[in-house]
Design a protein around this ligand. Structure first.
Ligand code: FHN
Length: 609
């Protein structure tokens, strides 16, 4: 079997003429250089609040995605027999963990022929599962690109036995668009194959090719999301990726496509990196401070296909995980590894379909799609509670014995005006009890996997939305608030991602500056609010003169939080002091309460006074 390589003489001509493209009329137009990202003093890279931005709405409301690990490693289906006859098992790490020599791995990749890859079947499986987005590995650590990249010949078009007229990412994009499913690409920064990756002096050449590949993916397939990986410090080969690299890449990507959603592995998984955190094979016990998050998990025990791995999670486990994640305000990205022909394993399809059937029945999908965390109640032991509008969805995985009650502890006074078991005509008695309510269903659980009681509530009273314009912001070109402020303005929100190069104003250098915000903050609920700051280097927060957050030890990107009871509609005094010494700089102010989901404090609730 041979691997195809492009006619390099054509590249030579193009090289001589520079990056020139023939337009439709045969005239020659200069290729558009990539847009230059905003940079330098006065730049704030935060363009919106991922918790509320239209840009992330599809992701936050979708809640449930399909992860696909598919690459040259899939061709081995999780097993490699060495020349000495010993058998080594691994999936997507098989080259490295089984110490397959480069030429042997390239030789096997040249036989890769996923001829049965059926994009419509894959999209249908995701849709039938109730998954609203798909993330497929465009390039994993082995460096093998699953699209016809022009940056090298180590890809499915130029180095395989696959039909050279097909493009599986284009096929998947077309099928996903037709089905209303968003498509994202996983991209590994760590690259075991690129000859320029390992040495620090050649790493810039690798980065140039990486930027070129990412621009190809964005230009040719318009992904809604980029899911980076392989950002961590490691060796074999040494990974020189830095936080500054991550900051530069984020700016570059958003200059190419401001709508793009990006995960935190674009940097180094800090709370300021990308739009969402990525806990892996685990579910955080409660909402994550300061950043959206998505739990990614395998459906069996491997990311890539392994023919011997039949340890599939049950539909009950998949649903419990999905309901737990949703109730804590997260997303669930569940992985399947297609086999060497590109097919989804039938046991995986069956389990995805079971989850989708449950979501599609009796309106239960509303407990997940568009739902999220509620602070109105304590997380129960018998299941999970999510909120959508004025409906609470009590998803019960431990149904009570007939006549016994489920207790729901309230964290703020609200009323339950109706209660209904979805998929059943049985009654639910709602009784005020202690710190909340007792819910007593009259019959048996209507569903063996999980049963949902929809509670219609009269939520705590809310003061009218504010009319604020933001806080007064004084900034100094020193990190000690010394002398008259260099700049005084009104900031609509406190949402600053200066990263390495930005600052509050073009007149203020990127290092050694300080900012003081003052004014008043107007809550809409009579509740205990949790204030979260995301800061670098230091932060102090006062509400009505009380110090609520005090972190004056210079630090890297960090979330701190404190609580204070506020009065609905009242304008509470607020002051925030932020100092930046050197390196990266951030300051974000978020709030949450039993009735208020976590967000950057919005402009209309801030007053400059
Ligand atoms: O090394 C990878 C692994 O192969 C897989 O892609 C997971 C999925 O997120 N990420 C890395 C391990 O954290």
């Amino acid at each position: 079997m041979h691997s195809r390589t492009r006619p390099f003489r054509l590249l030579g001509i193009a090289g001589v003429l520079g990056a020139l493209l023939l337009t439709a009329g045969g005239t020659v137009a200069a290729a558009q250089p990539p847009p230059r990202p905003a940079a330098g003093p006065g730049t704030n890279h935060a363009t919106d609040d991922p918790f509320t931005a239209p840009r992330t709405a599809w992701w936050r409301q979708g809640r449930f995605g399909l992860f696909l690990h598919f690459g040259a490693y899939s061709n081995l289906e999780g097993e490699y027999t060495r020349p000495d006859g010993t058998v080594c098992r691994n999936a997507e790490w098989i080259k490295r963990e089984c110490r397959i020599p480069d030429e042997a791995y390239e030789r096997q990749a040249a036989t890769f022929n996923p001829s049965a890859f059926d994009a419509e079947a894959i999209v249908r499986a995701a849709k039938d599962a109730g998954q609203r987005y798909i993330v497929i590995t465009a390039k994993h650590h082995d460096g093998y690109a699953m699209w016809p990249t022009k940056q090298n010949t180590w890809n499915l078009r130029d180095h395989s036995a696959f039909d050279p007229h097909r493009d599986i990412l284009a096929e998947l994009k077309k099928a996903a668009d037709a089905a209303g499913i968003r498509l994202g690409f996983y991209y590994s920064i760590w690259d075991w194959h690129d000859p320029d990756f390992a040495a620090p002096e050649t790493f810039p050449r690798y980065k140039k090719r990486m930027y070129g590949q990412l621009k190809e993916l964005i230009d040719n397939y318009d992904p809604a999301l980029l899911w980076f990986d392989g950002e961590w410090d490691t060796d074999h080969p040494a990974n020189h990726w830095s936080r500054r690299d991550g900051a530069d890449l984020q700016a570059y990507l958003h200059a190419l496509n401001p709508r793009l959603v990006v995960n935190n592995r674009v940097g180094k998984r800090e709370v300021v990196d990308g739009d969402f955190g990525t806990p892996e094979q685990e579910i955080p016990a409660e909402p994550v401070d300061g950043q959206l998050w998505e739990s990614c998990m395998t459906l069996n025990d491997h990311w890539g296909f392994a023919r011997y791995d039949s340890n599939w999670k049950s539909p009950a486990t998949v649903l419990r995980n999905l309901l737990a994640v949703t109730s804590r305000g997260g997303n669930y990205l569940l992985n399947v590894g297609p086999d060497r022909l590109g097919r989804l394993p039938q046991p995986a399809v069956d389990r995805l379909r079971a989850a989708g059937r449950w979501l599609a029945a009796d309106g239960r999908g509303a407990a997940v799609h568009g739902a999220g965390h509620t602070g109105l109640v304590a997380a129960p032991s018998w299941g999970a509670v999510s909120r959508q509008g004025n409906e609470l969805y009590a998803s019960v995985t431990s149904w009570p014995a007939t006549g016994s009650a489920l207790h729901l502890a309230a964290r703020s006074p609200f009323a339950i005006t109706a209660a209904r078991v979805l998929g059943s005509s049985q009654q639910v008695k709602v009784t005020p009890s202690g710190d909340g309510f007792d819910l007593t269903p009259s019959g048996a659980a209507p569903d063996p996997l999980a049963s949902v009681i929809r509670l219609t509530i009269r939520p705590p009273a809310a003061a009218p939305a504010g009319t604020g314009t933001g806080l007064t912001a004084q900034s100094w070109a020193n990190d000690s608030f010394t002398g008259p402020p260099a700049v005084t303005t009104v900031d609509p929100t406190v949402n600053k991602s200066y990263r390495f190069d930005g600052s509050p104003d073009p007149k203020i250098p990127a290092d050694h500056f300080s900012t003081r915000w003052t004014g008043s903050i107007q809550p809409r609920f009579d509740e205990t609010y949790t204030f979260t700051t995301v800061s670098d280097d230091t932060v102090r927060l006062w509400i009505d003169g009380t110090l609520v957050i005090d972190n004056v030890t210079p630090h890297g990107p960090k979330a701190d939080k404190g609580t204070v009871t506020l009065k609905a509609g009242h304008r509470h005094r607020i002051r925030i002091d932020h100092t930046e010494q050197a390196g990266e700089a951030y300051l974000k102010l978020l709030w949450s309460s039993p009735s208020q989901s976590q967000q950057i404090v919005p402009q209309r609730q801030l007053y400059a006074d």
